[in-house]
Design a protein around this ligand. Structure first.
Ligand SMILES: Nc1ncnc2c1ncn2[C@@H]1O[C@H](COP(=O)(O)OP(=O)(O)O)[C@@H](O)[C@H]1O
Ligand SMILES: [Mg+2]
Length: 254
């Protein structure tokens, strides 16, 4: 069997009706199991890129393929988590997590078993019957992750999911995400503003330049696995962050 890359973009342009090109000439491939972080100045088209992959938005020209299919046909392979992923305030944590399964009309016993498993995975079994307003920001984010995972995606698209969290919570969420990533073998496309976060999490970093959004750099992250919290204190981590920051600065000044 031919091994089809998980995500392939070929000469993709995206122009919104209201303005100049948001993305121009974007080509790249993501293999199954890669964790790719996207960095770049505000407005360079990072969110647009994820929206094109997810099928929420269509390319003006060029082609986007997910597991060899159009994004629309590959919808059930993917889950999208936004920075301000909103939970439904009138639903309990468990009911929020089960939402996508309800939409898929999964049978109730399967639904509740899957919800239990997801809550366990993100360490929130003890708050299953609580409401979102009773949770901290970090816990709410874990609920949205559990909700996204309940439909068993193979590909995760995350758009600055932890940007609103304080640094310690963010670090902890990063560690939890990596633990799940190593266990679940997802393919991940992750947008962030934080170089340290990108370096800690990813196998590869794509840096975009803006006006129009283009790929400026595409670099492998050669830190060992598993990535433990201690790795942040290592020299190689610091050197990688310095190197990536320099590339990013170059793009910002251009
Ligand atoms: N729905 C839209 N309609 C018109 N222009 C948009 C829309 N969404 C984004 N843009 C424009 O496209 C460019 C890229 O935006 P975006 O993908 O949100 O960048 P980023 O996520 O990197 O900050 C920006 O110039 C933004 O103003
Ligand atoms: Mg954005």
């Amino acid at each position: 069997m031919v091994n089809v890359p998980e995500v392939v973009l070929q000469s993709v342009d995206k122009r919104y009706r209201t303005g100049a090109a948001a993305l121009e000439g974007i080509s790249f491939e993501v293999e199954r199991g890669e964790f790719v972080a996207f960095l770049g100045p505000s407005g360079c088209g990072k969110s647009t890129l994820l929206r094109l992959v997810s099928g929420l938005s269509a390319a003006t020209s060029g082609s986007v393929r997910v597991n060899g299919m159009t994004p629309d046909n590959a919808r059930e392979l993917m889950s999208f988590i936004f920075q301000d992923s909103t939970l439904m305030p009138w639903r309990t944590v468990a009911e929020n997590v089960g939402l996508s399964l309800e939409l898929e009309h999964a049978a109730p016993p399967l639904r509740s078993e899957r919800v239990d498993r997801m809550l366990n995975l993100v360490g929130l079994t003890h708050v299953a019957r609580r409401y979102p307003r009773e949770l901290s920001g970090g816990m709410k984010m874990r609920v949205s992750i559990a909700r996204a995972l309940a439909s068993r995606p193979r590909i995760l698209l995350l758009d600055e999911p932890f940007a609103a969290l304080d640094e310690m919570t963010r670090d902890r969420m990063n560690e939890e995400l990596l633990r799940l990533y190593e266990e679940q073998k997802w393919t991940v496309l992750f947008v962030t503003h934080s170089v340290a976060e990108a370096v800690f999490l990813s196998t590869r970093i794509v840096i975009l330049s803006s006006n129009p959004g283009r790929i400026a750099h595409d670099v492998a992250v050669d830190l060992p696995w598993p990535r433990t919290a201690e790795i942040r204190d290592s020299l190689v981590f610091e050197q990688t962050v310095t190197g990536v920051s320099r590339l990013l600065r170059g793009v910002m000044q251009a």
